[in-house]
Design a protein around this ligand. Structure first.
Ligand code: SAM
Length: 280
């Protein structure tokens, strides 16, 4: 167990605008013996710009376990170390989890210098409920698993936050439109940068919005998706059968069951079974 004052500092860096780098982040990066960075060449530009001369070592998904051992040894020798990522808060869709977990287990202090995080920045400007939200990170890269993931999230009542790259934004937009339809999506791109933009629309409108201007598909994206409406408590006054009786002549069994489940608060499967029985 550790007894020295050696500390692992988890330091957030800007997501675009260098002016967002905090004075305390600078002080900490200057004072530690070593900075573990995702891409040392990328981070050297930042430390060079700020006049920070602390040595950098790489810490990325392919060397995190080996590097963690070395960093724990440095802490054991009494050195403090900082971890940063290419942009934003380390560990948030970025390396650092293995390191922080191992350093804590070894009994050393882990302290934060909080700062920019694209997910929180997007959520704070999206105008969607923020009291409860679910961060989904990057959606699966392949179409099938991505659609499945989105379908699984359809009933989630919390606001959803996802990261996306310019390579996949158009494909993901098509899937969002197919799964979420009229649900509101806020697309937040290039936050804190020159071409920062955040636009709110129905998911079904997102593919056309992106197609209308090539610039809208450029840069880095956060997608903030409105949660499903909260269903009333089960056992509320609305009768499932009465509702289905009204809906079935107007919509297919599946759609009628989905709407009735939402309005009555019963499980979708239960409503579907009942709809099938009534349709018979
Ligand atoms: N650790 C970072 C954070 O705290 O936000 C996230 C790193 S993750 C590898 C990179 C993704 O974050 C990008 O693909 C994009 O989805 C999102 N992102 C990063 N910077 C952004 C920005 N300035 N505007 C919008 N999204 C951004």
């Amino acid at each position: 167990m550790a007894s020295s004052g050696a500390t692992l500092w988890v330091v957030a860096t800007p997501i675009g605008n260098l002016e967002d780098f905090s004075p305390r982040a600078r002080e900490v990066l200057q004072s530690v013996a070593l900075i573990a960075a995702e891409d040392t060449r990328h981070s050297r530009r930042l430390t060079g710009h700020l006049g920070i001369a602390t040595p950098l070592v790489s810490l990325h998904e392919h060397n995190e376990i080996a590097r963690t051992r070395e960093i724990v040894e440095r802490l054991a020798a009494g050195d403090s170390v900082a971890v940063i990522s290419d942009a934003g808060t380390p560990l948030i869709s970025d390396p650092g989890y293995q390191l922080v977990s191992a350093v804590r287990a070894a009994g050393y202090a882990v302290l934060t210098v909080p700062g920019p995080c694209a997910a929180i920045a997007a959520l704070s400007v999206a105008g969607l409920p923020t009291d409860r939200f679910a961060f989904e990170g990057f959606l699966p890269a392949k179409a099938g698993p991505r659609r499945q993931r989105l379908a699984n999230l359809y009933d989630e009542t919390r606001t959803l936050v996802c990261y996306e790259s310019s390579h996949r934004i158009a494909a993901t937009a098509a899937d969002l439109a197919a799964v979420f339809g009229e649900r509101i999506v806020v697309v937040a791109r290039e936050l804190t940068k020159l071409h920062e933009q955040s636009a709110s629309m129905a998911a079904s409108a997102l593919p056309d919005w992106l197609a209308a201007d090539g610039n809208r598909r450029r840069g880095e994206f956060v997608l903030v998706i409105a949660g499903a409406p909260t269903p009333p408590a089960p056992g509320s006054d609305v009768s499932l059968d009465a509702l289905l009786a009204e809906l079935l002549p107007l919509a297919g069994t599946k759609k009628a069951a989905t709407i009735a489940a939402r309005l009555t608060g019963v499980a979708r499967n239960t409503a579907y079974d009942r709809a099938l029985a009534l349709a018979d």
